[in-house]
Ligand binder design. Sequence first.
Ligand SMILES: Cc1cc2nc3c(=O)[nH]c(=O)nc-3n(C[C@H](O)[C@H](O)[C@H](O)COP(=O)(O)OP(=O)(O)OC[C@H]3O[C@@H](n4cnc5c(N)ncnc54)[C@H](O)[C@@H]3O)c2cc1C
Length: 411
Amino acid sequence: MNSLEEKIKWQVPASLLTDKKWDVAIIGAGPAGAIAAVHLAAKNHQVLLFDKKKFPREKVCGDGLLQDALNCLDNAGLGPSVRESGHLVQNATIFSPSRKEVDIDGTFLMIKRHILDTLIAKRAVELGADFSCGEVDRVYVKPDQSVCLSSSESNRIYRARVGIFATGANLRLLKRTGWQAPPPIHTISLRCYAQSSVELDRIIISYDKSIVPGYAWIFPMGNHEYNLGCGVSHKRTTTKSINLKKVFNAFITEFPLARELMQHCTHTTPLMGAGLRCGFEGVNPYTNGPLLAIGETIGTTLPFTGEGIGKAMETGQLAAEFVHQALVTDDLEKLKGYDRWLRNEFKPKYKSYLSAENWLSNPLINDFLLARMGKSKRSLRILSGILSEANDPRELFSLKGILLMLSGRKR
Ligand SMILES: Cc1cc2nc3c(=O)[nH]c(=O)nc-3n(C[C@H](O)[C@H](O)[C@H](O)COP(=O)(O)OP(=O)(O)OC[C@H]3O[C@@H](n4cnc5c(N)ncnc54)[C@H](O)[C@@H]3O)c2cc1C
């Protein structure tokens, strides 16, 4: 048994859970669900965390954490252990369709998801949460407002006062529960890992001609290992049947850095794909009686950056606060505040990230904008700030922003 498995030995099969009524049952132990479990268990609530997969489990991802994710991990007391297990990268180069380059500084922590997600779930368990392995196949609310779940692994019913859905981009369970039907998935992506003798310690983002309206990436994981992938927004594809594997193959054969990396590659893992729900294109409303939905289930991944881990955790942290207030005051009406808060405070930001994605999805505009940005220190500073969410994307990606850039204003 390796040390990671040893640490997580408390993920008990659903059939072995003791019979009790939990305060909160959380379905899905990705970053959203597990961070909610950490915060609720830290406040001494009885938490039941379910995942259909046995941990540590793989999750198809680019594995990149930005500042919002690091803040959430710090809030959960996980900053040091995650930083210790990850690989810090502090530069990124963005390539336009005709390969104009823009270099920016930033903080990017690369960490494989089976490690990150296990660290968070483990923290929840340390704080007293019950962590179980089982696929939840049914959730319903009884007339007395208590939440009941069943798992395909056992014929028992698990009861809780509040239920949180954190099941990621797959909404099968939500739909079965009668939640409003969501729009189709926003983005499709795939990735593989490659071990290569090439030395590269910067994030590479490419809007190469064969990829735009999506983008491809090379993320250094440390020790000569790289996460390579690409993603294309479904909405922007003219044909529905885009062949993402072909797009990826074009990237690794036509884009010089990727080609070189693959030519000196000693080992690659198979390509694996998954969908992303961005721009709040998930289930709605976000609170439904004693049930809440968080993370990619409600579409929290940011358009333009594709950054979803931090945003998933932010909603998990937020939901935990509303659930805590509702439980200590014994007033489940307070859960509606979570829905209101997301709509009024959280969601507006997504519009401006979507506008950045829209501008860059046109190859000509993309080329023009990145070429101008490369010449302006002010624009580079803002671009870096957009990634860390210190700046609003509309400072660059709007008519006003573009006019400012054209006027050559430097600060
Ligand atoms: C190719 C790709 C690259 C990406 N790159 C990045 C990146 O570099 N940085 C970034 O920030 N984001 C990235 N993302 C987005 C990121 O992966 C998601 O935003 C993030 O995983 C969302 O977290 P979550 O907790 O909401 O859902 P998930 O991480 O998907 O977790 C959901 C969990 O629920 C469990 N589950 C589902 N249904 C059930 C059920 N019925 N019963 C029990 N358990 C269930 C699943 O097993 C899973 O563990 C990428 C996504 C893809 C596809």
